[in-house]
Write a protein that binds this ligand. Structure first.
Ligand SMILES: [Zn+2]
Length: 358
């Protein structure tokens, strides 16, 4: 993982093994990588294998790009001479993915389109600066459903997911969709209310109720945990990927860090990270605030492990505040737990309906 500074935010998301970059310095355990003039990333020493001094600075000519349709969507395939670092930026207005390849040198004569594909509108490449090769992929989709990026040998593959298959007659129905529901915490209890109610229990109860509602409406719904088994944080998004989830919902209930007064700042909040997940987060948040009747604690862009996967839409909700005695008491009741689950479900339906109205 390359970051923008030691332990600071992410410039690049996870990079697969075998990616080469030039190391130019080190502070403690953090190694500075020069990706292009003026573009640096930091990576932890333990995640790096050093090549012998004198190894040429990694670069590759890029002569050819092609697209290829498959059962999951469409791939943009970029053959390289060696594995170079990259990042992807998503934008939604217009719908576009921008792929930067660091160490890429333009010599591109051909872009071959798979004529069976109807997801990609057009691909353009440019070299905005030395050692940055940029590919802009314009999409016909009105809503992006996720993407993955990986290497096959030395070919960099950007795989763009197609819209899921809706089984129902109404597109606003969840029928045919696959969900991963993540009841937050387990080994760690999460927040604990004034009378000892544990967040991990409440999250699990709400998650089971949401799973039942989704299944009753024809969706396939998995959970990252079904009981009190311990599931590590990073295994949760991995499970969502393994089950090819279309939508990942992580359920939490809130506590504030020390020093913040929860009696002033409390209520319902929702979190997304990638632009593709914003419309879903917005729809769920609106329903929850309306139906639960608690203060609106806000809709947030949040860089969290459970909002960060790119392969699906991902939203994390904090239904209520464990720390507030009244909200803790509500969270104990089946009726309120059910209302939380129903609000999330209705928000999902609102989102799907909006998509089909466009
Ligand atoms: Zn939590």
């Amino acid at each position: 993982v390359g970051r923008t500074g030691p332990q600071r935010g992410y410039l690049l998301l996870y990079q697969p093994p075998g990616v080469r970059a030039e190391a130019t310095g080190q502070i403690g355990d953090w190694v500075r990588l020069a990706l292009a003039p003026g573009v640096e990333a930091w990576a932890h020493r333990d995640s790096i294998e050093f090549l012998p001094e004198g190894t040429p600075i990694p670069e590759s000519r890029i002569t050819y790009i092609r697209t290829r349709k498959n059962e999951r969507g469409v791939q943009v395939r970029v053959p390289l001479r060696q594995r170079l670092p990259y990042n992807v930026e998503q934008s939604v207005n217009p719908q576009m993915l921008t792929l930067n390849i660091f160490g890429g040198v333009s010599d591109t004569d051909w872009i071959r389109y798979d004529s069976d594909d109807n997801i990609i509108d057009q691909i353009r490449w440019r070299q905005p600066q030395k050692r940055v090769y940029q590919i802009k992929v314009n999409l016909r989709q009105k809503q992006q459903w996720g993407y993955d990026i990986f290497y096959e040998e030395n070919t960099l593959v950007l795989e763009i997911k197609k819209e899921p298959t809706f089984r129902g007659t109404l597109k606003s129905s969840v029928s045919g969709l696959t969900f991963m529901i993540d009841p937050g915490h387990s080994h760690d209890s999460g927040a604990i209310g004034p009378t000892g109610l544990k967040e991990k229990d409440v999250n699990l109860w709400i998650a089971h109720k949401l799973r039942k509602i989704l299944e009753e409406h024809g969706a396939t719904a998995y959970m990252t945990r079904y009981g009190h088994e311990d599931v590590a944080l990073y295994d949760r998004p991995r499970k969502a990927r393994e089950h090819n989830a279309d939508i990942l919902i992580s359920i939490h209930n809130n506590a504030l860090p020390d020093g913040v007064n929860p009696f002033v700042n409390n209520g319902t909040s929702s979190y997304y990270y990638h632009p593709q997940s914003y419309p879903l987060a917005h729809a769920i948040h609106k329903r929850m605030v309306k139906n639960l009747g608690l203060p609106d604690h806000g809709l947030y862009y949040g860089n969290l492990v459970l909002t960060r996967p790119t392969q699906m839409l991902a939203v994390l909700v904090e239904c209520a505040f464990m720390m507030i005695p009244e909200q803790e008491a509500m969270l104990r009741t089946r009726g309120f737990q059910k209302r939380c689950a129903e609000s999330i479900y209705q928000g999902i339906c609102d989102f799907l309906k909006n998509e089909s109205d466009h």
